[in-house]
Design a protein around this ligand. Structure first.
Ligand SMILES: Nc1ncnc2c1ncn2[C@@H]1O[C@H](COP(=O)(O)OP(=O)(O)O)[C@@H](O)[C@H]1O
Ligand SMILES: N[C@@H](CC(=O)OP(=O)(O)O)C(=O)O
Length: 573
């Protein structure tokens, strides 16, 4: 049924392909002679006079634009020139998150925003509308235990139905698109009935279930772009070469994705230009061929992967905040935008829990060295955050404070004597065998303290089961203490100034009566992690933020230098 809905949507998108493409024409002409309007009027007049079909109009349009770009012809001449100009290729990727496309009104604003960059030829990546992904997951969980006959009454299902149909209507989409969306919503209900019947929601089904969010938002948005005369073409990422591992709910993009996506998008664009509107977050498992997802917030990764695949000039991720901030604004309202970050800083920040970026999203951008700009779709004038390979760190001390709560920590002490080799190797081979990844580590020769990455630990049952098994294995070689309800506070910044940072940190923590339970400074030189108890963590973040960002830290540092306290990089001490 879902495949049928998709093919209806595809044929709909195909029928849209026959409209003219004002953005492409306008962009080319702006760069050369700004003669598009007269050209379009001329062609429209001619079309009426001579009764051209759409195909004829398109061919003449293209020849005409190419001719004007070449500056060789008069307005009423027809030329057979073919343009093979690289400047006409797709130029940037613009990703809009759920909050940016949460309603018809927001979709209109996003469309205006895209059109306000007439010099760009963007690829658009969209997330599901608003909180649709959460609602789909909740609907799935309710379906497991509510019984088939109660599925139609699931509150979240009805919310999703209402939101998508209302949005399609408010955007003035034609009846064929409204039936595509109705068809998909019907499929969604059938799927939930299947879940209710099976009384089970596997990770694979969970991914298929949430894929409805992005599949619907992109269809609605592409159709709206077409309605307002900006030719757009919808794509499901799993149909255009996004090949992933089969790790449902947390899949990884495989290398084969890049050439496949480039071939498809570039090929379609050159043969028939239309703004690509692509589902974020989704892929196709290389063995199972089933729909996979890239982990929560995975549309950021879709965007950077497309940037790399097409070698684009810039990757823009549009959110509901003025860029990456000095800390999570929901913890401390005085958080401020960080104007520049390196890929390394952004990756650490994302990995250690800043929800604003997907943990893996910096990888493709860094590999292809493409700048990433984090912008606010509610406040497009704000400069946002620019993430690049390098930046001037001479004035940087601390960049951002990140909190990851509800962490499990392990203290592992070897039962053997000092001087035994291979202890660390044995411990880490146990984690490898169990497929559990570790966040932060602090070691001595006979003991290790570490925190576990919770993303691997998906459901409650599994957490307990996995942890029990892990402790059992570790107890064969060590005394193990499992500590729950911990938080990691990660200080992302210039670790060349770690003495200053740590001096201040311990001052703040001492004043607040907080004991640090583990400290770790990674080799990355941008991150110092502190483990504290969950109950103290938010208070600590606020106090640290005040100390680092609400006082003149740099002059404090310079004053230290003038007072004969020279700064010595930590590795030289
Ligand atoms: N350091 C931070 N900087 C900016 N936003 C942050 C930070 N930490 C957490 N956030 C949260 O991340 C949200 C934006 O990320 P996300 O919800 O994934 O955006 P989108 O869905 O638009 O892609 C913000 O609304 C904010 O609450
Ligand atoms: N819709 C998915 C993917 C995503 O990237 O969303 P957002 O861009 O709104 O964080 C999620 O909620 O996880």
């Amino acid at each position: 049924m879902a495949m049928a809905a998709q093919s209806v949507a595809r044929s709909h998108a195909a029928s849209m392909n026959s409209l003219i493409h004002p953005i492409s024409l306008r962009n080319s002409l702006k760069k050369k002679k700004n003669r598009f309007d007269s050209c379009r009027q001329f062609l429209c007049k001619k079309r009426k006079e001579e009764n051209w079909g759409i195909k004829g109009l398109k061919a003449r349009c293209q020849r005409r634009v190419d001719a004007i770009v070449d500056q060789n012809v008069e307005d009423d001449e027809m030329s057979g020139l073919d343009s093979d100009d690289d400047t006409n290729l797709l130029s940037i990727v613009m990703k809009f998150g759920g909050s940016s496309v949460a309603s018809a009104e927001r979709m209109r604003e996003v469309a205006d925003l895209i059109l306000s960059f007439p010099e760009e030829r963007p690829v658009i990546v969209l997330s599901a509308m608003g909180r649709t992904t959460n609602k789909l997951l909740l609907a799935g969980e309710k379906a497991v235990c509510c019984g088939v006959s109660h599925v139609s009454a699931i509150e979240e299902l009805n919310f999703i139905k209402d939101l998508h149909l209302r949005t399609a209507e408010q955007l003035g989409l034609d009846s064929s698109m409204i039936s595509v969306i109705s068809f998909m919503l019907n499929d969604l209900e059938q799927l939930l009935k299947g879940i209710a019947m099976m009384k089970e929601l596997t990770l694979r089904t969970r991914d298929y279930l949430v894929s409805f969010g992005e599949c619907m938002s992109t269809r609605i948005f592409a159709a709206y772009m077409n309605t307002i005369g900006s030719k757009a073409r919808q794509y499901d990422a799993f149909d255009i070469g996004f090949i992933t591992t089969d790790d449902f709910t947390n899949a990884d993009i495989l290398e084969a994705t890049y050439p496949a996506v480039a071939k498809k998008l570039h090929g379609d664009w050159t043969s028939d230009p239309a703004i690509p509107v692509i589902t974020g977050f989704l892929g196709k498992g290389w063995k199972t061929r089933a729909v996979t997802t890239l982990g929560r917030g995975g549309s950021d990764l879709t965007a950077t992967a497309i940037g790399k695949a097409l070698g684009l000039r810039e990757i823009q991720v549009w959110k509901d905040v003025d860029g990456v901030l000095t800390c999570d604004p929901s913890i401390h309202p005085k958080a401020e935008p960080v104007p520049y970050l390196t890929f390394e800083e952004a990756a650490e920040l994302a990995y250690f829990g800043a929800q604003v970026l997907h943990p893996q999203s910096m990888r493709p951008a860094r590999e292809a060295d493409i700048p990433v700009r984090v912008k606010n779709s509610y406040n497009p004038q704000a400069p946002g955050t620019l993430i690049t390979k390098e930046r001037d760190l001479s004035k940087a001390v601390l960049t951002s404070i990140v909190l990851k709560s509800n962490i499990t920590m392990l203290d592992i002490v070897s039962t053997r004597m000092l001087g035994q080799y291979g202890f660390l190797a044995k411990v880490f081979s146990i984690f490898e065998d169990l497929g559990i990844s570790v966040d932060s580590v602090a070691t001595s020769e006979v003991s290790i303290s570490l925190t576990l990455d919770p993303s691997k630990l998906w459901t409650r049952d599994l957490i307990q089961q996995e942890l029990d098994h892990m402790v059992e294995e570790l107890e064969k070689i060590a005394v193990v203490r499992l500590l729950r309800n911990k938080s990691i506070i990660s200080l992302i910044g210039n670790v060349e100034r770690s003495s200053l940072i740590l001096e201040k940190v311990f001052n703040v923590l001492r004043k607040n009566g907080v004991n640090v339970q583990m400290i770790s400074q990674g080799a990355s030189k941008v991150n110092i992690s502190l483990v504290v108890h969950d109950s103290e963590a938010r208070k600590c973040v606020r106090a640290l933020h005040s100390a680092f960002f609400e006082s003149d830290l740099l002059s404090e540092f310079n004053a230290g230098l003038q007072n004969g306290l020279p700064f010595v990089p930590v590795e030289n001490q």
